[in-house]
Design a binder for this molecule. Structure first.
Ligand SMILES: *[C@@H]1O[C@H](CO)[C@@H](O)[C@H](O)[C@H]1NC(C)=O
Ligand SMILES: *[C@@H]1O[C@H](CO)[C@@H](O)[C@H](O)[C@H]1NC(C)=O
Ligand SMILES: *[C@@H]1O[C@H](CO)[C@@H](O)[C@H](O)[C@H]1NC(C)=O
Length: 342
């Protein structure tokens, strides 16, 4: 009887419950995730640093196309604090249409820095970390009935990653950032009116990094086809501060409050992976300037060399002429002398 009960509890409990708790700091921090979540210590992990030497330009990568992202304000979305991030639920009629299979939306969430360390993106570009990063999570709905069934399959998920930079105020982000005080504590949820999710994306959907990776949080399944847009979106400093200071990783009943910030995982090893890019390398403009400068300097040097050579030859030529004249003159004088002798 007791055994049956234990068995039922073990089977019925969701992964979050049977799985150990995890954090970004302390003994349950990312260095130790793999002791309870073996995939976190495995292959194809995310995020990674997009280093120039990993990038391969692929002219066949099409611009990202999404459908039904402009949601009606009649729809309700669930905004929640899950203790690791702030998450907005998304309806599955939103989807990515530019992949061979349909990937339907499930949720979006964020990773960010803290109020004194403004950088907290997960992916980095040649070591540069942005202020934050948004992940719009989609699952392969052609193959799997829901995200729970897709989450651990190699072709299960597709995530759109968006870098966030501090700059201009972003009205689209304010559609839900303004409700942040309603979900200060872990496990709090509120309903918010839907809006145009497309407005959260950067303007250029044709420039992105593409690679095979994983969930960036436990259980770290290597199930994600990553698309990280090259161009960041901006939010104002005030908006960033609201995100970085409003939330707690602890629930309302806990006596000690734990702030929720700095919730990003460190870059993972690339192994044998390459990152395909849909655009010419970021250093390309810099490089073409370098090449241009080199060509200019080389041309000027070459021209100088030619001028010098021509000048030398001319000098040499006129010298021999002079010498010839001199010799001739001398010979002539000699001849005249000889003649006069005769
Ligand atoms: C890692 O996690 C395991 C299991 O939760 C725990 O026993 C161990 O003490 C942790 N190790 C470190 C270095 O914190
Ligand atoms: C989004 O849909 C609303 C109507 O629901 C419309 O008024 C608005 O112009 C649309 N926005 C864009 C960018 O298409
Ligand atoms: C997902 O689909 C599976 C298989 O159809 C089903 O058993 C499960 O209850 C579904 N899960 C959710 C969360 O809807």
């Amino acid at each position: 009887m007791t055994l049956t009960l234990i068995f039922v509890i073990l089977i019925a409990c969701p992964l979050e419950f049977t799985g150990a708790k995890w954090t970004y700091n302390g003994p349950d921090g990312e260095h130790n995730w793999s002791s309870n979540y073996p995939f976190c210590g495995g292959a194809f992990q995310s995020p990674i640093d997009f280093q120039t030497q990993l990038l391969r330009y692929d002219p066949n990568l099409p611009p990202i196309q999404v459908q039904n992202y402009n949601l009606s304000t009649n729809e309700q979305l669930t905004l929640s604090n899950n203790g690791h991030s702030v998450q907005l639920s998304l309806p599955s009629h939103m989807y990515i249409s530019s992949f061979p299979q349909r990937y339907s939306a499930a949720q979006l969430h964020f990773h960010w820095g803290s109020s004194n360390l403004l950088t907290g993106s997960e992916h980095t570009v040649n070591g540069k970390r942005f202020a934050g990063e948004m992940h719009i999570v989609h699952f392969n709905s052609d193959k799997y009935p829901n995200i729970s069934m897709a989450v651990d399959k190699h072709d299960g998920l597709a995530v759109l990653g968006v870098f966030i930079e501090i700059g201009e105020f972003n009205p689209a982000f304010d559609k839900f950032f303004k409700y942040m005080n309603g979900i200060k504590y872990r496990d709090q949820k509120i309903q918010v009116a839907a809006f145009n999710i497309h407005a959260l994306l950067p303007a250029r959907l044709d420039e992105y990094y593409r690679y095979d990776g994983s969930l960036t949080t436990p259980p770290c399944y290597p199930s994600v086809l990553w698309t990280v847009f090259r161009r960041p979106v901006t939010i104002s400093r005030k908006q960033f501060m609201a995100l970085a200071t409003a939330l707690y990783a602890s629930n309302a009943q806990e006596s000690t409050t734990v702030p929720l910030h700095g919730n990003y995982r460190k870059p993972q090893i690339a192994d044998n992976r390459v990152v395909l890019v849909s655009f010419k390398d970021g250093d390309f403009t810099w490089m073409s300037w370098g090449i241009l400068a080199t060509i200019t300097v080389a041309s000027v040097l070459g021209l100088l060399l030619i001028i010098t050579l021509v000048w030398c030859l001319w000098r040499k030529g006129s010298n021999t002429e002079e010498q010839k004249e001199k010799t001739n003159g001398y010979k002539l004088a000699e001849k005249e002398e000889n003649i006069s002798k005769v």
